[in-house]
Design a protein around this ligand. Structure first.
Ligand code: AMP
Length: 218
């Protein structure tokens, strides 16, 4: 299964990608996570993108395309993958088409998660993540079952993303509206496209996606 998850920051792409990853045993390719790992490790890529990410702008297409192109060569992508946060511009969508045709593969579905824009800021500023396993939580929408303890791994340390501050969220939303939303019509016309309302409970949104992917309608 080869999927793209599209949607503004805070729509729940990462959360849905993690559930799909578990269900189908395919990796989540999150360009945001890859970049954050580079920043943390202090690689030359990390140094180059740190301030761009902190500002909420998009990093240059050529860097991202190289990152994904290399990652798609890894053996765990042979049976499929979930692209989370890529492509985000027309140029990235075109490069992805080329990468897929070079490999003789195609996408099974593009899933676009829509959300009420007024809810996005609250969704984003309330997010926190387990330091050891990377599972995401939210102060009001999705707290760990036991306060301060990760449901998945028992970890007790959590962190918040540097760019999840209210000041940066508007810049990230603007980047989405101006640079990413314009690629939606392209995918709508191109092949299997699913639009889901991301305002529901995490499990409900997941069910909508899975039902469609598995050919069940509700
Ligand atoms: P995300 O975790 O997907 O919200 O991404 C966090 C930040 O990483 C974004 O605000 C961008 O600065 C950068 N980023 C992630 N993916 C991309 C991409 N496909 N193109 C350009 N910048 C990206």
């Amino acid at each position: 299964m080869r999927l793209i998850l599209l949607g503004p920051p805070g729509a729940g792409k990462g959360t849905q990608a993690q559930l799909l990853m578990k269900r189908y045993g395919i990796p989540q390719l999150s360009t945001g996570d890859m970049l954050r790992a580079s920043v943390k490790a202090g690689t030359s890529l990390g140094v180059e993108v740190k301030s761009i990410m902190e500002s909420g702008a998009l990093v240059p297409d050529d860097l991202i395309v190289r990152l994904i192109s290399d990652r798609l060569c890894d053996s765990d992508c042979l049976n499929g993958f979930i692209l989370d946060g890529f492509p985000r511009t027309e140029a990235q969508a075109t490069s992805l088409d080329q990468m897929l045709s070079d490999r003789g593969i195609s996408l099974d579905c593009v899933v676009s998660i829509t959300v009420d824009q007024r809810a996005l800021v609250d969704r984003i500023v309330g997010r926190f993540t387990c330091k050891s396993c990377g599972i995401g939580y939210h102060e009001t929408l999705n707290r760990p079952r036991v306060e301060g303890v990760c449901d998945a791994c028992g970890g007790k340390e959590f962190f918040r993303r540097d760019d999840d501050k209210a000041e940066t969220v508007m810049a990230r939303l603007t980047a989405y509206i101006q640079q990413t939303a314009p690629i939606i019509p392209y995918y709508k016309e191109k092949g299997r496209f699913l639009e889901v309302n991301g305002m529901g409970e995490i499990e409900v949104v997941q069910e909508l996606i899975v039902n469609d992917l598995e050919g069940r309608s509700k």
